[in-house]
Design a protein around this ligand. Structure first.
Ligand code: PCA
Length: 324
């Protein structure tokens, strides 16, 4: 009798335990950018909304500021399941799939409307490519328009020659090469340090990233609004983690992802105005490049467009055809 009781207790404990294991999942969400950045804030809100609405079935814990994995590690971490979910700057992944860097081709999409069209034209192929690597695509949100930061005033191509340039992907490395600048790839989290130590003296990025890194405190006085592309971050999930969820929870995630995407695009548009103003308010000179420099970047963009087409092949061609 005693033994039977014990066995029963063990049996029910086992049942209870396996039931919990099946119904409650916890995901760690790797975010590269600081908690105050709008991408991270938006992703954190997405995580909170899914957690609250899943009825205890899924908890998503956001880890901003590269605290779980640094930007450069996140794609691999999610792919291998070390993190179940994460956000990564798409155009840094050109080696994984050239389509992921279509949004960093200069002058292909120079407004939010065109950036959205380019996103829609490229999304299906990108999602397919990620799926083949064991990843589920959730949503993508652009950074504000990219501009040129410099410690010194830039009035000509000669002023750019030899500048130590902070790059964030292959496209910005190529721009530097075609301009005669000396590029180094540096994560956003390390920008302040790179400028303050003199490792770099110029970069192309959004007013948001300049503001987030308080770039004016590191001797950077100039921002030139080139606005030639709107590169995106995407949020991806490991497929094995995804497959552990019931279909109701999967549906909830997709609908919250759509909400986060819409909100993210709105936040980006706001930042495109407000963060430029913040740079000016901090005492930086904010303006446009002159027409000679504009022409130079157009030419660089045309060269890069040809190079990208050669890399991206027929998939790239069909994306461009759908976009135009
Ligand atoms: N900020 C990120 C990517 C693009 C942007 O605006 C960075 O500078 O790394």
């Amino acid at each position: 009798m005693k033994l039977l009781n014990k066995l029963l207790i063990i049996f029910f404990a086992f049942l209870l335990n396996s039931n919990f294991a099946m119904s409650a999942e916890k995901w760690d969400m790797a975010l590269a950018y600081g908690a105050g950045n709008f991408h991270s804030a938006n992703a954190t809100e997405f995580a909170k909304n899914v957690t609250e609405k899943s009825g205890g079935k899924l908890t998503i814990v956001a880890h901003p500021g590269g605290s779980l994995y640094k930007g450069g590690e996140i794609f691999r971490a999610v792919r291998t399941g070390q993190a179940q979910i994460g956000e990564r700057f798409m155009s840094a992944l050109g080696k994984e799939d050239p389509l992921l860097e279509v949004d960093s081709q200069p002058f292909l999409a120079t407004s939010y409307d065109d950036a959205m069209k380019l996103y829609q034209a490229s999304k299906q192929e990108i999602v397919k490519g990620l799926d083949a690597k064991g990843l589920i695509f959730l949503y993508a949100v652009p950074w504000p328009a990219q501009g040129l930061y410099s410690k010194k005033e830039i009035n000509s191509i000669a002023d750019l020659k030899g500048l130590k340039f902070r790059a964030y992907n292959s496209a910005t490395i190529r721009i530097a090469e075609l301009t005669g600048m000396a590029p180094t790839k540096i994560e956003a989290a390390e920008i302040s340090q790179a400028f303050s130590t003199g490792a770099v003296e110029s970069m192309i990025t959004s007013p948001t990233t300049g503001k987030n890194s308080k770039i004016w405190e590191n001797g950077v006085g100039y921002f030139y609004d080139i606005a030639a592309w709107f590169p995106k971050n995407m949020v991806i999930v490991n497929k094995d983690a995804w497959n552990k969820l019931d279909s109701g929870t999967q549906k909830l995630i997709m609908s919250e992802a759509a909400v986060a995407e819409k909100k993210g695009w709105e936040l980006s548009k706001k930042g495109n105005v407000a963060d430029k103003k913040a740079l000016a308010d901090a005492g930086m000179k904010v303006g446009k490049v002159n027409s000679a420099l504009e022409k130079h970047f157009q030419k660089v963009g045309a060269t890069m467009a040809d190079e990208w087409k050669a890399k991206a092949g027929s998939r790239g061609a069909s994306v461009l055809a759908a976009y135009k």
